[in-house]
Ligand binder design. Structure first.
Ligand SMILES: *[C@@H]1O[C@H](CO)[C@@H](O)[C@H](O)[C@H]1NC(C)=O
Ligand SMILES: *[C@@H]1O[C@H](CO)[C@@H](O)[C@H](O)[C@H]1NC(C)=O
Ligand SMILES: *[C@@H]1O[C@H](CO)[C@@H](O)[C@H](O)[C@H]1NC(C)=O
Ligand SMILES: *[C@@H]1O[C@H](CO)[C@@H](O)[C@H](O)[C@H]1NC(C)=O
Ligand SMILES: *[C@@H]1O[C@H](CO)[C@@H](O)[C@H](O)[C@H]1NC(C)=O
Length: 253
């Protein structure tokens, strides 16, 4: 009995997790419970005075997510994992969340989260400054820009790009990349906008086609053309001859 009481009193050290949520999106606070624990109690709370927002009690089979007005119809509690999903995240949801879990052995686990709600950064804009073929090399410049303030932009080639490229000054709201690459293949670059809290990327694919030396295709089409012309001419000539022949024989009648 003493053993049970002791284990009930055991509360593991509090771990603080940082989670970022984006305005209007859903965010899931992961309780960190192991499915094998078989949770008998879950209590998600906010504030110093431990205001419950979502709770689960296995013994009474009660699952409640309507405990606090601020989260009305926006919470989903998974009673097997203990994870709490907050839908349609708002600015005022930026709070410290606590979860108290009790496993089937009566052991309690505690975890805290700092949820930071931020606006999702929109994708940067990419604009082709120029692209041309010079001495069997594609020369190109791409410009990336963001209309959002305090945004840092950076260019990266997409995996295994072995051709040279030069990047303009990063950490500005406009960034340019120049490259000289071999033609007839894709050059893929990613521009990433970042504001320290959120990131958004745009991938661009460019390709320049080397002028193919004019193959013999023209000759091939011309030969049957000539043959056809000659055939037509021969046919007409035959017709004319036949006509003349019959005309003549008619005249002899
Ligand atoms: C859950 O617990 C089992 C048994 O205690 C362990 O083998 C497993 O690795 C744990 N899983 C996770 C994700 O921690
Ligand atoms: C806990 O504190 C919050 C604000 O700090 C308050 O709105 C709420 O009513 C308090 N709850 C209780 C049960 O005292
Ligand atoms: C609850 O979480 C577990 C483990 O992450 C998952 O397998 C299960 O589908 C979830 N249940 C619901 C209703 O989302
Ligand atoms: C970049 O920032 C400068 C000033 O810092 C501003 O004048 C300019 O309009 C910005 N460019 C874009 C594309 O937002
Ligand atoms: C470049 O992007 C295009 C289109 O997204 C893709 O089909 C191609 O496989 C990419 N090439 C490389 C080398 O990443």
């Amino acid at each position: 009995m003493a053993c049970v009481v002791l284990s009930l009193l055991t509360i593991l050290p509090v771990v603080m997790g940082d989670t970022t949520g984006y305005l209007g999106d859903s965010v899931t606070l992961s309780s960190g419970a192991n499915i094998s624990w078989g949770l008998s109690k879950i209590e998600w709370s906010i504030f110093k005075n431990v205001t419950w927002i979502a709770t689960y009690q296995k013994s009474t089979e009660s699952l409640r997510t309507d405990r606090f007005w601020q989260f009305k119809s926006r919470l989903k509690l998974n009673f097997s994992s203990g994870d709490l999903e907050i839908r349609d995240v708002r600015k005022e949801d930026s709070l410290v969340y606590s979860v108290l879990l009790q496993d089937s052995a009566g052991e309690q686990h505690n975890k805290k989260f700092q949820l930071t709600v931020t606006e999702r950064l929109s994708k940067p804009n990419v604009h082709k400054v120029f692209s041309m073929l010079r001495e069997s090399h594609c020369v190109m410049a791409l410009q990336c820009s963001s209309s959002e303030k305090d945004t840092h932009l950076s260019w990266e080639p997409v995996a295994a790009f072995n051709d040279p490229f030069w990047r303009g000054n990063p950490n500005t709201n406009v960034s340019v990349v120049w490259t000289s690459y071999s033609p007839n293949r894709d050059a893929n670059f990613t521009c990433t906008a970042s504001n320290g809290r959120s990131k958004a990327s745009r991938v661009v694919t460019e390709r320049c086609q080397e002028e193919q030396p004019k193959p013999d295709v023209v000759g091939e089409t011309r030969i049957p053309g000539i043959a056809f012309g000659m055939l037509l001419l021969g046919f007409l000539f035959g017709c004319v001859l036949t006509y003349i022949y019959f005309k003549k024989s008619e005249g002899f009648k």
